[in-house]
Design a protein around this ligand. Structure first.
Ligand code: ATP
Ligand code: LTN
Length: 332
């Protein structure tokens, strides 16, 4: 029996943070045995915002190394760079004709980025979800593990895949489902619990980077915004504490009610200091592996090249299937 397929991607567009880890990377690693896995570094997505070339280059390695440091086994899991498999952009182009202007204009992420100047927003940002749909369907992926912010893009991917199947025949594309965890799928900013923790945040106080040293982690948590009152409670009217409790619970494998009980009658300071210990300890082994990987880029590159070859073997069969059914004359 073959296992269900999973594909996900992360953009090399800034410092990876605890939200990326808890919402995505940690789950990729924890569930790898259940699935046939494809994980890519989506560099074509990152360039929809201007990137410094040196930073893009390094961040591409950073994402690949984070996959490896989190415990993804490159012998079992296909890890690759999106731009190494040109089928992504080719199918992305084709899928443009299966997606409507109105659908893309309604995407929340696009609306946020377009802000008050929609006339000046890049076409790449507008078209971004179509390339994402191509990333997914090229692997006949059944599931896509992502954070909550990607739910809408997944809905669009499903609509596009269904439309392709309607026009070209059932079975042309697999219609994927999102895999979004109940906890950790939306880690909020430390400086503002109303906004998600984000790589592109305006201040580093918003996030704990996966490479932050223990002192920085302690400082950032000490400075983290809290709610009024002094109770350590998980509830809608305490968004900051709810966020911190979620982080504590996921990194220490302790149920939230147990934490609420443990910290009854204690102030925020003690809670934050213990939370800092938990974060430092949980990230320790990950950061050690990350440093080892960072000192040996040839090792990572060899894995990425091998991954691209495996990925391309799969992606080319799906692209061929689509082109044949559309009536393209194939070169061979
Ligand atoms: P940016 O915030 O600059 O848009 P990002 O932090 O969302 O970038 P991505 O590469 O777009 O980074 O996302 C990688 C994965 O991490 C996605 O699955 C995304 O849903 C997830 N993710 C991102 N931010 C969070 C968060 N705050 N909480 C949980 N998951 C998150
Ligand atoms: N859009 C996603 C990144 C992304 C992705 C994908 C995620 C690009 N291609 C395919 C899952 C599957 C983001 O902004 N986090």
């Amino acid at each position: 029996m073959s296992k269900p397929r999973v594909l996900s991607g992360i953009q090399p567009s800034g410092n990876l943070h605890l939200g990326n880890y808890l919402g995505a990377i940690k789950n990729f690693a924890a569930n790898q045995a259940q699935f046939e896995n494809y994980f890519c570094v989506v560099d074509h997505h990152a360039i929809t915002n201007p990137q410094d070339p040196k930073a893009l280059y390094q961040q591409t390695f950073d994402v690949a190394n984070a996959y490896l440091a989190a415990g993804l086994d490159p012998k079992e899991v296909t890890i690759f760079i999106q731009s190494h498999v040109p089928e992504h952009t080719e199918l992305g182009w084709i899928l443009n004709s299966f997606c409507y202007f109105g659908e893309l204009r309604r995407m929340t992420q696009f609306k946020d980025k377009a802000g008050k100047h929609p006339e000046e927003v890049g076409v790449g940002i507008f078209d971004y979800p179509v390339l994402m749909a191509a990333d997914i369907v090229l692997y006949d992926a059944n599931f896509v593990p992502v954070g909550e912010d990607q739910r809408q893009h997944l809905e669009l991917t499903r609509d596009i895949a269904n439309r392709v199947n309607y026009r070209l025949g059932e079975g042309t594309l697999v219609v994927p489902e999102p895999l979004i965890k109940k906890e950790g799928a939306r880690i909020m900013g430390l400086d503002d619990p109303a906004k998600k923790m984000s790589k592109s945040a305006t201040t580093p106080r918003n996030y704990i980077a996966l490479t932050d040293d223990p002192d920085t982690i302690r400082q950032k948590l000490r400075a983290a915004v809290t709610d009024s009152g002094s109770e350590i409670r998980f509830s809608e009217d305490k968004p900051a504490l709810t966020n911190l409790l979620t982080i504590y619970s996921l990194l220490s494998d302790t149920p939230i009610p147990m934490l609420e009980e443990r910290y009854q009658g204690q102030g925020y300071a003690q809670f934050k200091s213990d939370l800092a210990d938990v974060v430092v300890e949980a990230l320790g082994p990950f950061q050690t592996r990350l440093r080892e990987l960072d000192s040996n880029p040839d090792y990572t590159l060899a894995i990425l090249r091998d991954g691209a070859a495996r990925a391309q073997a799969q992606a080319s069969t799906v692209l061929r299937r689509v082109k044949e059914r559309m009536g393209y004359v194939l070169p061979s």
